[in-house]
Design a protein around this ligand. Sequence first.
Ligand code: TXA
Ligand code: MG
Length: 332
Amino acid sequence: MVSEGNNDRIVPATREWISEAAEIIKSGGLVAFPTETVYGLGANGLDEKAVQKIFEAKGRPQDNPLILHVSGIRDAMRYAEVNETAEALMHSFWPGPLTIIMYAACQADVEDIVPAITRANLGTVALRAPLHPVAISLIELAGLPIAAPSANRSGRPSPTTACAVADDLGGSVALILDAGPTTIGLESTVVDVTRDAVAILRPGGVTKEMLAKVVDLFEGDESDLSHRSPGTKHRHYAPDIPLFLWDGEERASFEMAKGVRWCYMGLREPPRDLDTSHRKVIFASIDEYARDLFGKLREFESSGGEIIIAELPDGHNLGGAVRNRLMRAAGS
Ligand code: TXA
Ligand code: MG
């Protein structure tokens, strides 16, 4: 995607601009802001009309619920029924890249506190306390839970820079707070704690290995979980040019590279005997792969490349999240 000239909404994330952004949120508007994972598109999560604007700006299906960003455990208790498992996870991983799905809290057991539109009519809510100082100040100054999906048009790679937000959504957001590229680069891990065993609905910065040290994880068939995670049924993370995956062994993916301008990213060098690539990025570590994955998808598609080939890393640690995003981006 070439920039559409909406960069004039980008402002530095200074105290003054964060206060201005908090005022916009309080008055029902939309603001994009950095978190440690990706940039989010924020609105007052308790205001139905404001939340509706998020769905419209992103072109997001109404059946895909939003994450509420809160300041911590005490804040979370106002909106959700925080059980022991949730509390253990919050103590270990908040603030940080972990979103926890819990039963939504009701007032006097009848009136919903979080509007149905934010929850996509589910009886549960998704809560996360982000680690980024700008996100933390914004939540504090707004004094509200901030509903925020990733700040991309629905289906596109998530934005890890303010410019990527402007390219996708610049026309429909009042302000984009710029604090440079995000450090993790992939969205938060989403876990469901409403059953006995904790289910990972989306892998992310808090890895399976890290979670297993604190709680019992669901070990059953992962396909049983897809109905619990509305976001997983929609196409996601896709660049505008075709993406092929390489398992590091078979050469088949590189057949596609013949006679076209191909871009490559991965931890290993591609096979040697191919035509020269149009763009090539070799990451030094899996953390770097995670951090730069979405940015490179966007860079490759606007570089004049015709196809992208990406290496699928093994599933350990952040590799699980990188594999998940690559497979979904490739539509496989
Ligand atoms: O890192 C992140 O999580 C970023 C930053 C901005 O915080 N946000 C983000 O939001 O990635 P979004 O909307 O792009 O992804 C939220 C995911 C979706 O897959 C959605 O279906 C799922 O969380 N989700 C939200 N509420 C849910 C619920 N009540 N039950 C099951 N899944 C839920
Ligand atoms: Mg998203």
